[in-house]
Design a binder for this molecule. Structure first.
Ligand code: SAH
Length: 242
């Protein structure tokens, strides 16, 4: 743990979406979650919506009970099927970046696509920030785990889809923001075409030298602008379903 992770802080009111907590986590989860929010803020996350969402979504409910005690550390954790739940700082940074151009009122009605549901944690955070979220997962076992993890939270604005996210969700397009949570060699063309004009897309891209986060902004019907951001590490984006 880094030093700023240890700052004690008074507990906030109990969240309405907390599901039953696994043994060993108990009421402490609220306080440790608030410490995580403090650590993210100290680490440079400024977006109030994102910080509030991370302060509400019970990350311990998305990992196996044996790992729940580590759920509020800023670490990636295994979720089965060789996949991982992303670090909270990565989730926060990605959401902050992909929606930096959307004022609060537009976020409330924005439609957002996530590729790579995994255990469903980031999908729940997205659903707390945006009007409508569609999240696609290609591994059936994970899609079902995410469904079970998310059920107690009753997020009426989140739709989970089993399929190859490289194809996007054409019937729900256009999207105001797209987040890809797995690294491919290029940004799938279908996703570029499903962006609304002025929308942003964030995707990790795998090159020989390593991975970097790519930010795309759709400037017009036929124009996209690319900015290459920091080095990152994501699991691979794969074709098809399993
Ligand atoms: N969003 C998750 C991160 C999950 S890891 C979180 O909250 O932490 C990335 C996920 O992307 C894995 O579950 C992997 O199975 C999935 N994935 C990889 N390629 C995919 C594809 N083509 N379509 C949909 N999901 C994909």
């Amino acid at each position: 743990m880094r030093d700023h992770d240890r700052t004690p802080r008074a507990s906030a009111t109990r969240s309405a979406i907390d599901p039953p907590v696994p043994a060993g986590v108990g009421l402490a989860s609220e306080r440790t979650r608030q410490r995580l929010v403090d650590a993210l803020r100290a680490g440079g996350i400024r977006d109030a919506d994102v910080l509030a969402a991370i302060g509400t979504v019970p990350r311990h409910a998305f990992v196996e009970p044996g790992l729940a005690s580590r759920a509020y550390e800023d670490v990636a954790l295994p979720i089965g099927h060789g996949q991982t739940i992303s670090r909270p700082s990565t989730v926060a940074r990605m959401i902050e970046t992909v929606s930096a151009n959307l004022p609060a009122v537009e976020r409330r009605r924005a439609r957002v696509l996530e590729v790579g549901t995994g255990c469903g944690y980031q999908a729940a955070v997205l659903a707390a920030v945006f009007g409508e979220v569609i999240s696609i997962e290609r591994v059936r076992g994970l899609h079902e785990t995410a469904r079970a993890n998310l059920r107690p939270m009753r997020l009426g604005n989140l739709r989970l889809v089993f399929g190859d996210g490289r194809l996007g969700a054409p019937t729900a397009a256009p999207f105001d923001a797209i987040l890809v949570a797995a690294a491919g060699e290029a940004i799938p063309e279908d996703l570029l075409l499903q962006m609304r004009v002025s929308a942003r897309l964030l995707a990790p891209i795998q090159a020989a030298a390593g991975q970097s986060l790519h930010l795309v902004e759709r400037a017009g019907q036929e124009t996209w602008h690319l900015t290459v951001l920091d080095a990152v590490r994501f699991v691979p984006l794969r074709a098809g379903t399993t």
